[in-house]
Write a protein that binds this ligand. Structure first.
Ligand code: CP
Length: 358
């Protein structure tokens, strides 16, 4: 295994920055580490003595528990830095005396005393300004020699996408000819990032699958993500289509992944200088959401899928809104397999980026 291709790199916009072959290596390494874990083999030599620092600006169950367990299973240490208890890391131009600390200083300090830093930030800590959290994580990367790992920002959730690709590979053996639908689903919460759908459609297209994106009008994803998905579909000989018809996304699908995300007015948009172009509009977002309460996955929609189809969701799911209990607890649901694979995905990312001995 050529692990030196990965050592020291960041995992931030991974669907864009890592090649198809590198994604395949990540999946292979994750499955190798999963086999070792299931066989009870010792893997504590892989990252012996290395430290992962972790910063969550938002809540988390799966990402937090699996990064913490993963680094320790590889022989390293996990140190969680609660941004409320440290000084709040701030980008250049956002300093508040004795409340915040400039990201440059935080990153350079942590660089000296540990081996990687993982960060989650989206939504309120980034004032719902689309792209602000992604830029914040990149500012850490600018001043850090150690790998920076994006544990979900307002644009991408690449550790989730890797776990999802591992799960699909396990269920179907590969991606060629596979019909994967990423669909919007209704939720009573109108404020959610677009990170999961954006990462999943790009990753699935990069792996060569036939990707369908289904959502009501008003829930369009970032045009740059749509352009990249189209480009990958062409390059890797899959296909990509967008529909505003909920049930069309289920017809004949092998994989359905219905989850909610914020509508276009859920976010504030700025130009490159930081000037507001379009302000978040709560009333408009609520109106769009309330018009789409019928986008809940029930058995009726699942009956339209292929007989061997799987239902995916990154969790947490809004039961009774995004999905019925019957579906998420049903025989086609692989949501716990996906969550389990977060552990193995994160171990692969850390082992490869932090210079593990595989
Ligand atoms: N899917 C996911 O990222 O879960 P958590 O928010 O619990 O980390």
């Amino acid at each position: 295994m050529k692990t030196n291709l990965f050592r020291g790199r960041d995992w931030i916009d991974a669907e864009l920055d890592y090649t198809k072959e590198e994604w395949e290596t990540m999946i292979d390494v994750a499955l190798y580490l999963k086999r070792k874990y299931l066989m009870g083999e010792d893997t504590s030599y892989i990252l012996k003595g290395k430290t992962l620092f972790s910063m969550f600006f938002n809540q988390s169950l799966r990402t937090r528990s699996t990064f913490a367990a993963g680094i320790q299973q590889l022989g390293g240490y996990y140190v969680e830095l609660d941004p409320g208890k440290t000084y709040m890391p701030a980008r250049k131009g956002y300093d508040i005396p004795y409340k915040t600390e400039r990201i440059k200083d935080v990153a350079e300090m942590l660089d000296r005393v540990g081996d990687a830093l993982s960060i989650r930030m989206y939504g309120p800590p980034a004032q719902w300004i689309y792209g602000f959290a992604n830029a914040t994580i990149k500012e850490f990367a600018e001043y850090s020699n150690n790998p920076i790992i994006n544990m979900e920002c307002d644009k991408y959730h690449p550790t989730q996408a890797l776990a999802d690709m591992i799960t699909i590979k396990e269920k179907f053996g590969g991606f060629k000819g596979l019909n994967i639908t990423m669909s919007w689903a209704y939720s009573g919460s109108i404020e959610k990032p677009r990170a999961v759908p954006q990462s999943v459609i790009m990753a699935a297209a990069k792996m060569g699958a036939n990707v369908t994106l289904a959502h009501p009008a008003g829930f369009e994803l970032d045009p740059d993500v749509i352009a990249a998905t189209k480009k990958f579909s062409k390059q890797y000989k899959g296909s990509f289509k967008i529909t505003n018809d909920f049930e069309e996304g289920f017809k004949g699908a092998d994989v359905v992944y219905p989850k909610s995300w914020g509508s276009v007015p859920c976010f504030t948009y700025t130009d490159e200088s930081g000037k507001t172009i379009k302000q978040k509009n709560h009333d408009e977002a609520e109106k769009l959401n309330n018009a789409a309460t019928n986008w809940m996955t029930t058995q009726k929609q699942m009956d339209l899928t292929d007989q061997n189809a799987v239902y995916m969701h990154c969790l947490p799911a809004d039961r009774g809104q995004e999905v019925s209990d019957e579906v998420i607890d049903g025989s086609k649901s692989v949501v716990i397999d996906e969550a389990e694979n977060r552990l193995h995905a994160h171990k692969a990312i850390m082992a490869l980026l932090m210079g593990g001995r595989l």
